[in-house]
Each structure stands twice: as C-alpha cells, then as structure tokens.
Write a protein that binds this ligand. Structure first.
Ligand code: ARG
Length: 421
C-alpha cells in the first residue's frame, strides 16, 4: 500500500510540475492560448490522479478505521481518528497520518495504535496526537511537559532522600532505569530507510568514542561490514545476557509501523566497561539509554548514574535529541513521550501470581499506577517463581524524579498487597 501511495503521489506532483514548466515555456514563446489549454488538460489529469488516490489508497483505509472504531473502542489511535480533520489535510499529510496509524489499523487489538514517524509529527499533527496523548496519559490537552530530575521535595521521598528497597523489607533486587531518545536530525525508526539507519548508527559511533574515554567498554554492531561488527554467536550471547535486543520482526505492532525494517542494519549496542550502562541503537527509538544493577538496594544509584551518563551523551558535539516544547522528549510511541523513562525492579510476588498467571497481579498493580511485565520485557511471561518486572506506567507530565519515587512507593504498596494476599 505504501508503495502505491508513494508512486501515485510523486506522479501527481511531477505532472503538476510539468504543467507549470510547460505553461511557462509556452508563455515565453508566445503560445499563451495553446499553453492555457495544455495547462487545463494537465490539470484535469492531475485531478483525476488525485481522485484515483482517494479511491485506491485512502478510502479502503478509512473504511477499515470506521469498522475498528466499532469493534475495538480501546484502540486509541483509531478511536481518536477524526475523519473531518483527515479530510482537511493535504494529500501528502493524509498519507503521513495513515502511516502513523498503520500499526493500529493492521493490529485492531492495539491499545495505543500509532507511532510517530518524524520528530516533528507530534506538533505537526497536534489535532490528532493531542487527543490520543490526553486519552492515554489522562492529562488535559493544554498541559505542557516539564523535565525535572531533582528529587528534593518530591512527595513520597523518605526523609533521608534514599529510595532503599531493603528498608521496605525486600532483599536487594535487579533494578533498571531507561530513557528513550531520538536524534532530531533523522526520521524516527518507522520512517527510516536502510541508509538512514546506517547513517544514524555511524553518527552514534562517533559519540561512542567519547563515551569510551569516560566509561570504557565497547560498541557491538550488527551491521554487516561495520568496524564493530559482532558474529551471530556473540550477538546471541548478548541477547541471552539481556544486553542486546531481539529482532523486532515478530512484534507485529512494531513491524507494521516500519520500525523492524532493514534488520540488522543500523542495529547495535554500546556497553560500558562495568556493564552498568548500556545504549541500544536502532530499536523502537533511535536510542534506549539505560543503567542497571543486578542486585541493588538503592534506586538512587541507577537513577543518578543514568542522569550523569545522559548528560555526557547530550554534551557530545553534534548530537541533538528530538524534543518538543509541549510534549518533552519525542519517542516513537506516544506511551513513552515526555520523559521516555521506565524505572523498574524485578520483584517476587508469588501469591499474587498463583497459578502462573499475572492477571491478578495486573489487577492489583493497575490502581497502584504500576505495570507488570515478564522477565524478558514487554509481552513476555512472568517467572515460574512469581518474579515480575514492575514499573510505574506514567511517563508524561510527570518528572523523572517523580517516576523513581513512584516506583518506590509502588513497590511498598505492592509488598503490602502481596503480604496480605
Ligand atoms: N503499539 C502497541 C499498542 O498500541 C504497543 C504500545 C506500547 N508499547 C510499546 N513498546 N511502545 O498496543
């Protein structure tokens, strides 16, 4: 469908350009009357091509959106797709908006159902994204996101400022804080072509030279011919160690958004010498920057390390993160918008996971503002011993400091729920 859309659009554009050029040339030669009639003919053809595009490309997509609106009211991108707004757009913007919602149109069971394709999309398609974001994050449309990493004064922070899980009666746990970031100078992963992916990775490799000076370690590339290329066995070992990400082709939400395309080009991962700081390149966002601790007690530790690492990345010449004055840090998926941050711990809640299902745990976690994932990440199974990945779900119009404090308060409440289950 995308190919049809692309070629018919460029045909329309080139015919219109040819018409203009032809008219200008004819006018210079004095054949004005003839030129006008040529122009009329060409305009007619151009108009006909536009209606073919409407009929062949747009109408079937709009019909499908209409039917998903009824069958899957939880698909937010489809729910908030306004036909009048769509009709008001130029042909190129209509195509762009349909590309943004394609994942949700192909996967009717989506909860969000859309991915931004360019760093400027959130602001450009504000009438659409504003509705979806407000619906998902439960924030009024007029509210602007504010970045703030300062813990002082955050509600729920213990008096000594320490988010120490052992004080809650938990053993040291595996903890991780990540942020999604995208470079302002490239299309977002859904709209990148192979050359963009390889160029973005190459740009990051210049930055990794700087990071290696401070944090040691190395970059691992999956791009054939890359100087940091690793073998398939090395890649598999890194996936097993939860350092590298998997091929995303199996995730139909991501593949229908174009995000999984051109695998393994432009994909890789930087890991610091102490293995506590990792940057994924070419996953759902250009960059996923994370700090982890396999057996930690203080959440402050990973949080502060991430802030320092991020400051180092941001200070590297030529790297500009995509950012919106209203929406904060730009991510492919609107669920991550704002902070792009997910702070999580692996926590054992066997009583709430009795029978091997996380359904009950999810029911208990939802009102606590927490999400439950399996040990291998999104859409993976929980551990046989009831180990779950627990994280606050809020990312937008909340500060970074509030997210880690919400994780601490959340696990305190979840522990109480587990103990009394
Ligand atoms: N696109 C999927 C949906 O709409 C997943 C959204 C959240 N997950 C993510 N990895 N961005 O349900």
């Amino acid at each position: 469908m995308a190919t049809v859309a692309k070629s018919s659009h460029s045909n329309v554009a080139s015919i219109a350009m040819a018409a203009a050029a032809g008219a200008a040339a004819a006018a210079t030669l004095g054949f004005t009357a003839q030129a006008e009639s040529t122009m009329d003919v060409l305009k007619g053809i151009s108009g006909q091509l536009s209606s073919i595009e409407e009929a062949v490309v747009f109408a079937p997509a709009l019909a499908k959106i209409g039917s998903i609106k009824k069958s899957h009211p939880g698909n937010l991108a489809v729910k908030d797709f306004d036909f009048d707004y769509f009709a008001s757009l130029s042909s190129a913007d209509k195509k762009a908006l349909l590309a943004i919602v394609n994942s949700g149109v192909q996967n009717a069971d989506s909860g969000m159902g859309c991915y931004a394709m360019n760093p400027t999309d959130y602001d450009k398609f504000e009438p659409f994204f504003g509705a979806v974001i407000s619906d998902y994050h439960g924030v009024p449309r007029s509210q602007h996101h504010v970045t703030d990493w300062k813990l002082d004064g955050v509600a729920g922070l213990p008096a000594d400022g320490k988010l120490d899980v052992t004080k809650l009666g938990l053993p040291p746990v595996s903890m991780r804080v990540r942020v999604g970031r995208n470079l302002a100078d490239f299309p977002l992963p859904g709209a990148m072509n192979k050359d963009d992916r390889v160029a973005m990775e190459a740009k990051m490799q210049i930055a990794f030279v700087e990071l290696k000076k401070k944090y040691g370690g190395r970059y691992h590339s999956l791009t054939p011919g890359n100087p940091d290329f690793i073998t398939d066995d090395e890649y598999k070992a890194l996936v097993k160690a939860h350092v590298m990400f998997k091929d995303m082709a199996a995730d139909t939400y991501l593949s229908d958004a174009g995000i999984a395309s051109d695998w393994p080009f432009g994909r890789g991962c930087y890991q610091s010498e102490d293995k506590g700081f990792i940057i994924w390149v070419g996953e759902e966002d250009h960059l996923r920057i994370m700090c982890m601790e396999p057996k930690g007690s203080l959440i402050n530790g990973v949080f502060e390390r991430l802030k320092t690492a991020l400051d180092t990345v941001e200070s590297i010449e030529g790297l500009k993160f995509a950012h919106s004055e209203k929406y904060g840090y730009v991510t492919s998926c609107p669920t991550n918008l704002g902070t792009g941050m997910r702070a999580s711990v692996l926590m054992k809640i066997p009583k709430l996971c009795k029978g091997g299902s996380d359904a009950n745990a999810k029911k208990v976690c939802k009102p606590l503002g927490l999400g439950v994932r399996g040990m291998g990440g999104e859409h993976t199974a929980i551990g046989a011993d009831g180990t779950c990945d627990i994280s606050p779900t809020a990312r937008f119009c909340i500060s970074e400091a509030e997210i880690v404090t919400a994780l601490y308060t959340g696990i305190k409440n979840l522990k109480a729920a587990e103990d009394s289950a």
